[in-house]
Design a protein around this ligand. Structure first.
Ligand SMILES: [Zn+2]
Ligand SMILES: [Zn+2]
Length: 537
């Protein structure tokens, strides 16, 4: 088995992994670095071509986020015959996101004369080629490779990908969230499949999340405070997942009268993603069947859209802003605006941040992951009154700025728990900044072979890394070997007869094969065996 990081190793962005197993070349995810442009935003396509000699047998997509799917049209154009598998909700959302990507690229071309990476035709072709599979069911898309999608929480449609071949078993975690969210249930443990290799995300490999529901309450109360004092709150949000969570947190806090009622406006991609969650003409289509039961019941009973609503008693107005309303909405009364992009890298959120930041009455609340180089990260590091460069403009930051942790990723303890359910032999840590991945590696290294590779590294993940000592390798090897013997008590003694294949185990050969005697020490419920020789010469 050979693993190669084509992208998404030591970073969050351009996730793309090549697995060469059982004579097959399998590529998992084909993402983009949303904050980079042109070739720099792509996974390493040349390396993929070189390692596979142009033969890729299967593409698997874990979920719809652009850092996992954004380069799919290019990938498909290069390998047009290769089957591409994802879950049904992922397909619905990828359709919207990729069409939007073309719009953004067209805009960038008009701005800076850059040539877009792909056009409408590549997107249409890739979308037409996507095949959907159900969750929780084994399929065999190509002979000798069986695949299973296990719900991974995170966002609607997201899956861990389980792969079974003659040569070994692999789990690719994708992005996982154990905590239940409003729009998606938490991930259930994978305790029914023991992989040889686990490729695991580590976004918060060095973090611990605070209690989710208290963060939600604190956010709702803080938003209400600003609005009641006559201000406007901007919540920059990732279009898919976080924005929908924030809308529902605020809406349900109003319905339960925990906070006062005020309008919620949305702008940017957020709007089209919200639309996709619910098809008014045919409610049982779209994403509704994939949402948590509680939310499905609310929608069916209230006969309302999942997100959009008109003002009525404690029900707030939740609506979309059009591009031509952006300036006029600023002078309208107190409100909250939820807009993409999530890290203030362009998009309507950057426009609103520029307009709102210099008034003390207003607030910008950050609720998601902020890239090291993003304006969102810098915003969190500023002191009141400092200036922040947004879209090339210096803006004095006088408004309130707070951060709330509504993470859609597992934290360190939750990641380690998931690993202990799966009991893999070897782990490759990806999807995180190097610091987070190394911290997580140190937590796991006692029990598993663990790699935290850089992009373009290629290796056999089943082999222990060179820096690991021989004793440690032997320990890891031995830990997985289990032999069951028959016990017979006779007048002469106690006999335990183990199966013949035990003789072939490397630890048996190294430690026990030459032994004349084996000493048994009772160690509570366990027995400890040690080999010894009668004649040490
Ligand atoms: Zn994701
Ligand atoms: Zn991701």
């Amino acid at each position: 088995m050979i693993y190669t990081a084509l992208g998404g190793a030591g970073e969050v962005g351009a996730s793309c992994h090549l697995l060469q197993i059982a004579g097959r070349n399998i590529v998992i995810d084909s993402g983009l670095r949303p904050n980079r442009r042109g070739e720099e935003s792509l996974p390493n396509f040349e390396l993929l071509q070189a390692l596979t000699r142009g033969k890729v047998d299967l593409f698997l997509l874990s979920h719809a986020h652009i850092d996992h799917t954004g380069s799919l049209p290019l990938m498909h154009a290069q390998y047009p015959a290769t089957p591409m598998l994802c879950t049904e909700p992922t397909q619905v959302i990828v359709d919207i996101l990729l069409r939007d990507t073309i719009k953004i690229m067209d805009m960038q071309r008009e701005d800076g004369g850059e040539f877009p990476l792909f056009g409408r035709r590549e997107v249409e072709n890739a979308l037409a080629h996507l095949q959907t599979v159900a969750f929780d069911r084994w399929v065999e898309p190509i002979p000798g490779v069986r695949v299973y999608f296990h719900r991974s929480g995170h966002i609607v449609g997201a899956g861990c990908v389980l792969i079974e071949t003659e040569e070994g078993k692999v789990v690719y975690s994708g992005d996982i969230s154990v905590a239940a969210q409003r729009t998606v249930a938490g991930m259930k443990p994978i305790d029914f499949f023991q992989p040889d290799l686990l490729i695991l995300e580590g976004t918060y490999g060095d973090g611990a999340h605070p209690n989710r529901s208290s963060q939600e309450q604190t956010l709702a109360k803080a938003v209400a405070e600003v609005v009641e004092d006559g201000g406007t709150v901007l919540i920059p949000s990732f279009a898919l997942g976080r924005a929908q969570e924030v809308i529902l947190i605020l809406k349900f806090s109003m319905l339960s009268q925990t906070i006062s009622t005020f309008p919620i406006y949305t702008d940017g991609m957020v709007r089209w993603i919200c639309d996709a969650y619910y098809d008014m003409r045919d409610p049982e289509r779209g994403l509704l069947p994939y949402l948590p039961e509680k939310l499905q019941n609310f929608v069916r009973n209230s006969r309302q859209h999942v997100f959009w609503s008109r003002p009525r008693r404690n029900m707030p107005e939740v609506s979309r802003l059009q591009a031509n309303e952006r300036v006029s909405i600023l002078t309208k009364g107190p409100k909250v605006i939820i807009a993409s992009s999530g890290m203030l890298v362009g998009g309507p959120s950057a426009f609103y941040a520029k307009a709102l930041a210099s008034d003390r009455k207003n607030a910008i609340f950050i609720t998601g992951y902020q890239d090291e180089e993003s304006p969102g990260r810098r915003l969190l590091e500023l002191q009141t009154g400092d200036t922040l460069k947004i879209d090339g403009v210096d803006v004095p930051m006088l408004c309130r700025v707070d951060k709330y942790n509504l993470s859609a990723h597992a934290d360190q303890i939750q990641l380690c728990q998931q690993v202990s359910y799966m009991k893999p032999r070897s782990i490759v840590l990806v999807h995180g900044e190097i610091r987070a991945l190394r911290t997580l590696r140190d937590k796991l290294i006692d029990k598993y072979i663990v790699y935290a590779p850089r992009n373009a590294e290629t290796f056999d993940p089943m082999k222990a890394p060179e820096w690991m000592s021989a004793a440690k390798q032997e320990y890891l090897e031995a830990d997985r070997a289990r032999f069951v013997g028959d016990v017979r008590v006779t007048g002469e003694g106690v006999e335990v007869r183990f199966p013949a294949e035990m003789r072939n185990h490397p630890t048996w050969r190294r430690r026990y094969a030459d032994a004349d005697e084996i000493e048994v020490a009772f160690d509570g419920p366990r027995m400890r065996l040690s080999p010894s020789r009668k004649d040490p010469s």
